[in-house]
Design a protein around this ligand. Structure first.
Ligand code: TRP
Length: 382
């Protein structure tokens, strides 16, 4: 099965990330850049984020340039986003965790877009009311990741459209339908809102520059499926006198059931771990659905050991267990047959449950902070 990776595809099967680097024309996140990030982290008394260390963030565009500008005193801002089509799950927070890390290391602003318009336009059954309601719910999950509220702006497209629209139409005027069709695969059956939408996702790349009245570099951490939008953005923005946005790309968190991208719809839904799940539910899902690389019988497993390359409990630990030594020890014990599949799954449960509980606590607190972070169009007071 070939795996198509684009913003609206349901991604199934194994993804060849090296191939995507070539196909999309991005650059591999190499040793030198990783060392640079590590040395910047050290200056803040922090360590290199394990998602970068382990190659889960694997590709970039213009990261070198962004850091060179930073060195010259030309600080960048971070931009990322979320489409409000459902509840936030563990896969979503993977890029957000590194976005937070970057915010802490570089002390920069984050502009976070929530696209209730996009999901309304692309999901036939979703009403705008529901997408907007979800946007407000999702905003709490964004803050729960721990972004610095003083340096974080969250905006929901339909509530910030007055500010965004003049920029969106300037971008739209530079994007013809032939290009949009080639990049996104639009057909005559797509609604015209869906075709226009990509310009709304470009807007935050320049919004802080427009507001400040000077060009500010932009760095966007995102899962690689969003790249099509920013390939278009990077072509257009220089024509309007702005910098191209830089990017940092991560892999998807594969579903517990096997390779691909975790989803909130379809058959994958039952095995998805939501940020709101309680410990009992997490345990049930992991035990029932996590694809095992263990052997069929305990006897065989003890003798030959398990396969960590296909075992989803282990694969997930590479995302959520930050301690390298601990991870290596688990790998050794599982491959040697000392650890059984059920025991490995229990380790995963014990690793993600505290992450979820912490998230749920912070999400509750976010209800107070959200008022300061959520920006909207100025209301007309007459
Ligand atoms: N289109 C994204 C989604 O469907 C949401 C989004 C908007 C986004 N702006 C972004 C994601 C910037 C990453 C970076 O989830």
């Amino acid at each position: 099965m070939t795996t198509k990776v684009d913003p609206w595809a349901d991604i199934q099967g194994k993804v060849d990330y090296d191939k995507l680097i070539k196909e999309f024309g991005t650059e591999k996140l190499d040793k030198h850049l990783i060392e640079r990030l590590e040395s910047d982290a050290k200056k803040k008394g922090m360590t290199l984020h394990h998602l970068i260390r382990r190659g889960i963030f694997f590709s970039h565009r213009d990261l070198k340039w962004i850091l060179a500008e930073y060195d010259k005193g030309n600080k960048f801002f971070l931009y990322t986003g979320r489409g409000s089509s459902g509840e936030v799950h563990l896969g979503h927070i993977v890029p957000w965790m590194v976005t937070k890390w970057l915010q802490d290391v570089y002390g920069v602003e984050l502009w976070f877009q929530i696209t209730d318009d996009e999901k309304f336009l692309f999901k036939p059954e979703l009403t705008l009311e529901e997408s907007n309601r979800l946007a407000h719910e999702n905003a709490l999950d964004v803050l729960a990741v721990g972004f610095d509220p003083k340096r974080t702006k969250v905006f929901i497209d339909t509530e910030f459209a007055g500010t965004m629209y003049p920029i969106a139409i300037r971008i739209a005027k530079k994007l013809n339908f032939t290009t949009a069709k080639a990049v996104f695969g639009f057909t005559n059956e797509h609604n015209v809102g869906a075709i226009f939408y990509t310009t709304m996702q470009s807007v935050p790349c320049v919004l802080p520059s427009v507001i400040a009245g000077r060009n500010i570099p932009c760095l966007i951490p995102y899962a690689i499926d969003q790249d099509a939008h920013f390939r278009v953005t990077r072509d257009i923005l220089p024509k309007l006198g702005y910098y191209k946005p830089a990017a940092l790309h991560c892999r998807f968190l594969p579903p517990l059931t096997g390779p691909g991208k975790m989803s909130t719809t379809g058959s994958a839904k039952d095995s998805t771990i939501f940020m709101s799940d309680d410990p009992k539910t997490v345990r049930k899902k992991v035990m029932k659905y996590a694809f095992s690389g263990g052997k069929d019988t305990v006897e065989e497993h003890r003798k030959h050991g398990g396969d960590t390359t296909v075992d989803m409990a282990f694969q997930w630990l590479t995302y959520f267990e930050p301690d390298d030594e601990k991870l290596l020890d688990i790998k050794r014990r599982y491959e040697a047959g000392d650890l059984l599949s059920g025991e490995l799954k229990q380790i995963l449960v014990d690793t993600i449950v505290p992450i979820l509980l912490e998230h749920q606590k912070r999400r509750g607190e976010a209800r107070k902070a959200i008022g300061d972070c959520l920006i909207k169009d100025n209301k007309w007071n007459g």
